[in-house]
Design a protein around this ligand. Structure first.
Ligand code: TXA
Ligand code: MG
Length: 329
């Protein structure tokens, strides 16, 4: 395949180009508010197959269907539960994926053979415009090679998938920065299958019910393998209240250390340092970009200062738990 081309999401001709490439069965990475997605025409099985090849993702891992409007969910499910209606009204377009009982005939290639299909309406205007132009829905896993950090810029996409996809639509930095919350509505009661910016308390407030305590990552979501979202560089997490004390213990003499911190500025032992934020949403927005930068910075080890173990940090802890080979507290 020729080199991946970069399209500009602010140019309508480039959005049209993205739509025509997708219509022709090619892969195009597209911006969303969460992370960049590796998009293919959901109605074209050949195109969907290419997604697995490009990402080196094991076949059988299901894909989220992205729609340009709520009424398109009807094409994927027979019956929309009342809970889904309420959540869609409150949170779409936005970082919320709903797992719903699928319509018969929905390809096992998309659902991984599961009885549910995952659907979301992303909030990026250029990606919505691309889908409207296309007149079809898209499957879009995060646009990273399997197991690696999700991309939050077009440059991250190119660093991982250049030459493996036809184009990337550059829509700037992702505003949420971590993957969507997944709510499983296929059972008797809603379950958070993947935590995200939309928290359990937001779902509960919307539905007027109390959910079972959130798991940090459900086994029900096959993509939720422990080794995931990892930098290539060995990465460890250190609890914030132990940070100064433990930093020398978790690193070896002579090692080049890159520190990603939010509260405890590292001393001169750190050859690189990136500051995040004390605000959970800000921290999440910056996290993958910081991990991508550190991974390129030629350090021997990345040390991440972990946030407190509090509910508003649940989604961030979920991602850090996968990114770190070890955590110290
Ligand atoms: O924010 C997001 O959701 C991003 C952007 C690009 O939209 N997409 C994303 O896709 O994170 P991916 O493929 O990296 O993660 C999708 C997760 C996986 O854990 C997968 O197993 C789960 O959703 N999933 C998708 N369809 C499913 C299904 N039918 N049944 C169970 N789990 C499903
Ligand atoms: Mg992913």
């Amino acid at each position: 395949m020729p080199a991946t081309i970069k399209l500009d999401a602010t140019q309508s001709a480039d959005v049209e180009k993205a739509a025509s490439l997708l219509l022709a069965g090619h892969l195009v990475a597209v911006p969303t508010e969460t992370v960049y997605g590796l998009a293919a025409d959901a109605s074209n099985e050949q195109a969907v197959r290419k997604v697995f090849e490009a990402k080196q993702r094991p076949v059988g891992h299901p894909l989220i269907v992205h729609v340009a409007s709520p009424d398109r969910v009807r094409l994927w499910v027979d019956h929309l539960p009342e809970t889904a209606r309420q959540l869609i009204k409150a949170f779409w377009p936005g970082p919320l994926t709903l797992l719903l009982p699928k319509k018969s005939g929905v390809s096992d290639f998309i659902t991984g053979g599961n009885p549910g299909v995952a659907v979301r309406m992303p909030a990026h205007p250029a990606t919505l415009a691309t889908m409207e132009q296309l007149g079809r829905d898209l499957v879009a896993p995060s646009a990273n090679p399997y197991g690696r950090i999700s991309p939050t810029t077009a440059e991250h996409v190119l660093a991982g998938l250049s030459g493996k996809i036809e184009a990337v639509l550059d829509g700037g930095d992702c505003s949420v920065g971590i993957e969507s919350t997944i709510v499983d509505l296929t059972g008797d009661t809603p379950v958070i299958a993947r935590p995200g910016q939309i928290a359990q308390s937001d779902i509960e407030a919307c539905l007027g019910i109390t959910l079972a305590p959130g798991k940090s990552a459900s086994q029900a979501v096959p993509g939720s393998v422990k080794r995931h979202y990892q930098p290539v560089t060995p990465t460890v997490g250190v609890a914030t209240d132990q940070f100064a004390r433990l930093l020398p213990e978790v690193t070896s003499a002579g090692e080049k250390i890159g520190v990603i911190w939010w509260q405890s500025p590292p001393d001169e032992r750190a050859s690189e340092a990136i500051m995040l934020s004390a605000d959970p949403n800000e921290y999440a927005r910056m996290l993958y970009t910081a991990m991508h930068s550190m991974d390129k910075a030629n350090v021997d080890r990345i040390v991440i200062e972990l946030p407190p173990r509090e509910s508003q940090w649940l989604a961030v802890h979920d991602r850090l738990g996968r990114a770190c080979t070890e955590q110290f507290a």
